[in-house]
Ligand binder design. Structure first.
Ligand code: IMP
Ligand code: MG
Length: 181
């Protein structure tokens, strides 16, 4: 354990500090606000990992927009091998003719996002884009577009800022590499 931060140590190693995360989110909020000025925007958070990012990102925006949430899960624990994804909580709002921005915590294999994009496209939004805090190109199985991203990561498992290990560590204000031992 580390004296300044009891969460840092043992299995956790900080790779992106709270300051770096905050700075990046402010930058993204500004860019997204500029890009969507004058458009009917709906930001869609993918539960549960994107919640912290969604709240902080939208607080940095200076254009009107609506928010909604969707939840997806993999049928199998081995999502990598089957790739079967389903919606467990659908949107409450209609996205037809709206400018839609999906907000993700991390795009890893791309399986969940690939499924979401296919599904949401059938609802005929005006356009459909993706914003993710973290991007792991090295683990991609499905090719997906990423329009806004915070940080690129190598092939490591991380927690914090919404990302969990067995539902823990989501509240950490930094991103840490997590050693699953
Ligand atoms: P996908 O593999 O791109 O479909 O990502 C599926 C989901 O797995 C992500 O939205 C995260 O919730 C979770 N996930 C992927 N990589 C990590 C990680 O390194 N730490 C914690 N959760 C992760
Ligand atoms: Mg997720």
């Amino acid at each position: 354990m580390n004296e300044q931060n009891p969460y840092n140590g043992n299995q956790l190693k900080i790779i992106i500090t709270q300051e770096q995360v905050e700075e990046k989110i402010a930058e993204l909020g500004k860019r997204i606000s500029n890009d969507y000025a004058g458009k009917e925007l709906i930001m869609i958070g993918v539960l549960r990992g994107s919640t912290y990012f969604m709240v902080d990102l939208t607080r940095k925006m200076h254009v009107p927009f609506a928010i909604d949430f969707i939840s997806v899960s993999h049928y199998s624990e081995q999502a990598d091998s089957t790739g079967v994804v389903r919606i467990t909580k659908d949107l409450d709002l209609s996205i037809t003719d709206k400018h839609v921005l999906i907000v993700e915590d991390i795009v890893d294999t791309g399986l969940s996002l690939g499924y979401l994009l296919r599904n949401l496209k059938t609802r005929n939004p005006a356009d459909l884009k993706v914003c993710t805090l973290l991007n792991v190109e090295a683990r991609r199985i499905v090719e997906v577009p990423v329009d806004y991203k915070g940080f690129d990561l190598s092939n490591i498992f991380v927690v914090g800022y919404g990302l969990d290990y067995n539902e823990k560590y989501r509240n950490l204000q930094f991103i840490a590499e997590f050693d699953r031992l």
